[in-house]
Design a protein around this ligand. Structure first.
Ligand SMILES: Nc1ncnc2c1ncn2[C@@H]1O[C@H](COP(=O)(O)OP(=O)(O)OP(=O)(O)O)[C@@H](O)[C@H]1O
Length: 260
């Protein structure tokens, strides 16, 4: 028996009606994401990567086609807390400690103080921030803040993690480190991850599948199944297999690029 994909999009389209006319953000996107996959979305600015994640998360409504999340509608999946969402900016509330930031969504769903504390300690440990719960966001580096926002997304125990360019604003060395940590976390938790990035090396290093998108209207121009092993030390990026996949991603991006 074949398993239902965690995310299944069929001819998915989304057109925004604006004062300047329609904006075709997504056009006929057909894609399956299976359980436990790490899927990156890469493509030029404005090609609909964020919009696709937002449709999965029920934050935007498609205007054509269908999409299911865990076999349900995005709305049902949202109500079932099927996913955690990590935004481009860490978005931590400056007046709350790291622990209280992570606990906020748990507070809203009505967990007891003890349950909140237990969960906060558990997810801080997952992102290597144990002992930082009493600190304020400004006392942490950018990379640590982004890890705290990942911890907040993990607090729901959802099987799906949606990440919208979470490391885009960080320097390369910090980003390398967080990429390694994210892979370790993925291996430990077995979550299904949807990850938006502009970086070819980041996409190739992290993913089991890379979805290359073209500029508006956002279409999928290539889907690359990675042949890299699951265990990936950072220096895998210098191997011929890695460079070959990176080359194919670059070709896919070039083919869809308008250079305007
Ligand atoms: N609410 C909205 N109303 C109108 N147009 C929108 C809206 N949200 C997004 N768009 C447009 O849809 C297109 C796709 O946007 P989206 O944010 O998904 O792109 P992206 O690939 O994630 O870009 P980036 O890499 O710059 O983050 C863009 O042209 C954007 O301006």
């Amino acid at each position: 028996m074949t398993k239902t994909p965690v995310i299944a999009a069929r001819d998915l389209s989304l057109t925004f009606e604006t004062n300047d006319g329609p904006v075709h953000a997504l056009k006929d996107v057909t894609l399956d994401i299976e359980e436990g996959e790490f899927v990156s979305f890469i493509g030029p600015s404005g090609c609909g990567k964020t919009t696709f994640l937002r449709v999965i998360a029920d934050l935007e409504q498609p205007t054509g086609g269908t999409i299911t999340v865990n076999g349900q509608t995005p709305r049902q999946a949202r109500l079932a807390r099927a996913y955690g969402y990590v935004f481009q900016a860490a978005g931590l509330l400056p007046w709350r400690t790291i622990g209280r930031n992570i606990a906020l969504p748990l507070e809203i769903i009505g967990l007891s103080k003890e349950e909140q504390a237990e969960k906060v300690a558990q997810v801080l440990d997952l992102v290597d921030l144990s002992g930082f719960d009493k600190k304020y966001p400004w006392q942490l580096s950018g990379g640590m803040q982004q890890r705290a926002s990942i911890a907040r997304a993990l607090a729901f125990d959802a099987d799906i993690l949606l990440m919208d360019e979470p490391f885009g604003a960080l320097d390369e060395i910090v980003r390398d480190h967080l990429n390694e940590q994210l892979l370790a976390l993925w291996a430990r938790t077995g979550k299904t991850i949807g990850f938006v990035t502009h970086s070819i090396p980041e996409a190739v290093y992290l993913s089991t599948k890379i979805v290359v998108m073209s500029p508006r209207p956002g279409r999928v121009t290539d889907v690359i199944e990675s042949s890299l092993p699951k265990e990936r030390p950072l220096d895998i990026r210098e191997t011929p297999e890695f460079l070959e996949i990176a080359h194919r991603v670059r070709e896919g991006l070039r083919a869809g690029h308008s250079y305007d």
